[in-house]
Design a protein around this ligand. Structure first.
Ligand code: SF4
Length: 352
């Protein structure tokens, strides 16, 4: 499609406009999201990422949704920083099942300078496998961001979580401004930004609109926008939170797609509790990235082969790693892994 006929990227969204989008009839919203989605992406491709927790639990922050906070008794087993060799082993396994991006998460307020050489080594090693790399380690100072960028880190994830107005209800140990500063440092270091939020935490529609406005109106929109549905973990303050209407979740995805047409919108945490129909609706609304692994940091994620079955039934293909694919050999390895997975009945052919 010629660039001139594509929906322009806007960074001046107002709350009234965004709320009007949320409140239009469901079918109109989904149609609009599909139109925008098709201008920038193949609608039948989904990017697959795998997420590994490289340091689990004992986080000093008080995010009310999080089982990794040391303030809540969730029965989570704490783990120290994982050895580099173990991370590489996990990355190889993820690549063999078709993941093109490997995300590594550590439950830290911010990384200590003494930890950075280890995580930088993880980045270098995972990159050398021919995968995109992403990390989420908490708040980053300018020098730390630069060190990760120098190691070859492609994406840094740091979520805004919710609107600035509702934020204080969820986290008190770091400010919204702290989060924006980290995103600024990531950009300054030349890395891609992965930033999104969580819905279903008791916020109103105006807060979901406020979150999306913050993301879309950043000086440069995030390349990756995870939209999470709250996973109500026993022992966290949000354990008893009332369910959000599932259509409101789909609306949030659709509005994110329209406001950030070039970004990958990721269907993230909470997928385990969504049935196939709900996930299909999310893809229709413009979600085009999923976490594909058995565990999403510490909450369960649908099993990898169940994901493949669903994608196959919907005629959706995994997006290949387009950026910096530097050798045909790597591509061959990936195709071979996918072929092996197919003969191993990882795929389900609904047409049979
Ligand atoms: S969300 Fe991150 S910063 Fe907040 S408690 Fe959990 S691990 Fe810590």
């Amino acid at each position: 499609m010629p660039a001139s006929s594509k929906t322009a990227i806007r960074q001046d969204w107002t709350r009234d406009e965004v709320l009007a989008m949320f409140n239009q009839p469901f079918n109109d919203l989904l149609f609009q999201a599909q139109v925008v989605h098709r201008q920038y992406f193949d609608p039948n491709e989904v990017q697959l990422s795998t997420l590994l927790s490289i340091k689990t639990g004992a986080c000093p922050e008080d995010c009310k949704y999080c089982p990794q906070s040391s303030r809540y008794d969730t029965g989570l087993e704490k783990e120290k920083l994982m050895a580099v060799e173990q991370v590489i082993k996990e990355a190889r396994a993820a690549k063999a099942t078709g993941a093109t991006r490997f995300c590594m998460g550590a439950a830290w307020r911010s990384p200590k300078d003494k930890d950075l050489p280890y995580v930088a080594e993880m980045v270098r090693e995972v990159k050398s496998l021919g995968m995109e790399t992403c990390m989420t380690l908490g708040m980053l100072k300018e020098g730390q961001a630069q060190m990760l960028a120098d190691a070859g880190l492609d994406y840094y994830n740091h979520n805004l979580d919710t609107s600035p107005e509702y934020y204080g209800e969820i986290i008190t140990t770091r400010t919204y401004e702290d989060r924006l500063d980290t995103l600024g440092n990531v950009r300054k270091a030349g890395m891609k930004v992965c930033a999104g939020g969580i819905v279903g935490m008791g916020e109103g529609e105006k807060d979901r609109a406020g979150l999306l406005m913050q993301l879309a109106n950043l000086p440069q929109q995030p390349e990756s926008v995870p939209i999470n549905m709250l996973v109500k973990v026993a022992g966290t303050p949000l354990e008893q939170q009332e369910d959000l209407d599932p259509f409101e979740f789909i609306r949030t995805i659709a509005v994110a797609r329209i406001m950030m047409p070039k970004s990958h919108v990721r269907l993230s945490a909470g997928r385990e509790e969504m049935n196939d129909q709900m996930q299909a609706l999310a893809f229709m609304a413009g979600a085009n990235s999923i976490f594909y692994c058995e565990k999403l940091l510490t909450t369960p994620n649908p099993k990898a082969n169940k994901d493949m079955e669903l994608l196959e039934r919907l005629g959706i293909k995994p997006e290949s790693y387009r950026v910096d694919r530097d050798s045909e050999e790597e591509e061959e390895v990936l195709h071979q892994a996918m072929a092996e997975a197919e003969t191993g009945h990882l795929f389900y052919n609904a047409a049979k």
